[in-house]
Design a protein around this ligand. Structure first.
Ligand SMILES: [Zn+2]
Length: 226
């Protein structure tokens, strides 16, 4: 096996840790991962988000109703647990009454860090997390993760979700403005560039290509200049 970075969970030659400046945003992030996808590093950004966010956690599972760690966190009175999920009645940083609802508790932001396909099963089985109040953005965002092939292209990645949430909560005064979340985005951009470069290397025959006859995998990608 190639040299591997156990912080960002990427091969050492595409490790993004050098730009990550771990910080504590004042929100506790919990990333729920499907065990099948726990080793996935191509598109998964939960590992990088976890490496950049002090006090964040990754919990693996499919059915979380009896997950000891998660249930413990949900019962901890210091937290206000929410599930990041689109919903008509979802809270957002600008919604009236949110500060009162938080009532001094720390936001426990639960994010399903899984592909659409695997998250369906997690959502179906984990009635405890689906029963939680939902949280979504007050703004609208598009992912810069252009090569992610998900049924919903407007979905933002896990690391972008953390970034935008922190920004919105800082702007609304729900958390301190002392931490700077920019390194999350820097690491994400670095990951995208590594990924696109690898795809191009594959097309150029520098790396093994398992999709050599598929048009999508033979057209060179433009590496963004960010
Ligand atoms: Zn790393």
């Amino acid at each position: 096996m190639r040299d591997f970075c156990y912080k960002c969970f990427r091969p050492k030659d595409s490790c993004v840790c050098e730009v990550l400046k771990p910080f504590d945003p004042g929100i506790k992030f919990v990333f729920l991962m499907h065990p099948k996808e726990a080793k996935r590093q191509r598109t998964g950004t939960g590992r990088i988000a976890h490496a950049g966010l002090i006090d964040s956690e990754i919990i693996m599972g499919i059915d979380f109703t009896k997950n000891e760690r998660l249930c413990g966190l949900l019962q901890d009175p210091q937290y206000f647990p929410v599930l990041l999920y689109p919903d008509q009645n979802a809270w957002n940083s600008k919604k009236e009454g949110f500060k009162e609802e938080l009532n001094g508790r720390k936001l426990l932001a639960i994010i399903i860090d899984s592909t659409w396909f695997c998250s369906k099963k997690m959502i179906k089985l984990s009635t405890n997390i689906m029963a939680l109040p939902k949280l979504s953005f007050s703004g609208e965002y598009r992912s810069i993760f252009t090569f992610k092939r998900e049924p919903h292209p407007e979905c933002v990645s896990t690391i972008e979700t953390c970034y935008y949430l922190i920004r919105e909560f800082q702007e609304s005064g729900l958390i301190e403005k002392t931490s700077n979340p920019e390194s999350l985005m820097d690491a994400f951009k670095m990951m995208i560039k590594f990924q696109l470069q690898k795809e191009n290397d594959r097309i150029a025959g520098l790396l093994p290509n398992t999709h050599a006859n598929d048009y999508k995998f033979t057209k060179k990608k433009e590496i963004p200049d960010f």
